[in-house]
Design a protein around this ligand. Sequence first.
Ligand code: MF3
Ligand code: CO
Ligand code: CO
Length: 249
Amino acid sequence: MIILKSREEIEKIKVASRYAIEILRYLGQFIKEGLKTIELERLCEEKIRRIGRVEPAFKGYNGYPYCLCVSVNDEVVHGMPGERILRDSDIVSLDFGTRYDGFCGDTAVTYGVGKIQKRTERLLAVTESALYKGIDEAKEGNRLHDISNAIQSHAEEAGFSVVREFVGHGIGRSLHEEPQIPNYGEKGTGIRLKTGMVLAIEPMVNMGKSDVVIRQNGWTAATKDGSLSAHFEHTVAITEKGTEILSVL
Ligand code: MF3
Ligand code: CO
Ligand code: CO
């Protein structure tokens, strides 16, 4: 069942989403060669505690033990912060969600560490623009897979591939609600999009093949061929006045 949101509810999701992206931007300042990924978790926890108005939405979700997901290089999503040290030319995807007055916001960004290769820069740029292509299709009257198809076409035209095992999603009182939003699909198919829907759209794009494996920790997804993977995510609302990206400052 898809739960439509009122204006008041959307405002709460917006507060959560804005704090989530504010914290990801804050963490971005610390990303450089030599940083241990667990430091990002510490900085994140400290920052959210100092803000005081929002709670981390991931910690404890299905037993996930951290506030933040930190996925480095070939890791696609659900990387766990730890003792790994960032190196020049790495890429690091940060995914973070918060809860405000019962409502969640969810957003992700991929950062480069130091100087990254041209093709890596292209992977990040294409993944981010795929997200915006998807958002452009998230409007009243369109079909769900119009979003999916826009993301897939953009990524594949650039010679990259989209991950099939993980999807975007509705969001509200729960971090993950219906509908699931695949990052591939046929235009003109899927449910009709309506005012009041709030969606987390999140392309995961690989430089090589689309296949992923799950690491020993039971959480972290990584590319099977070891190629780099990027991830960008926004929480957006379909409203009478059009589509609003909630996870922006
Ligand atoms: N943030 C992820 C998503 O974008 C989900 C994280 S689940 C967690 O949907 F358990 F790792 F928190
Ligand atoms: Co997320
Ligand atoms: Co999400």
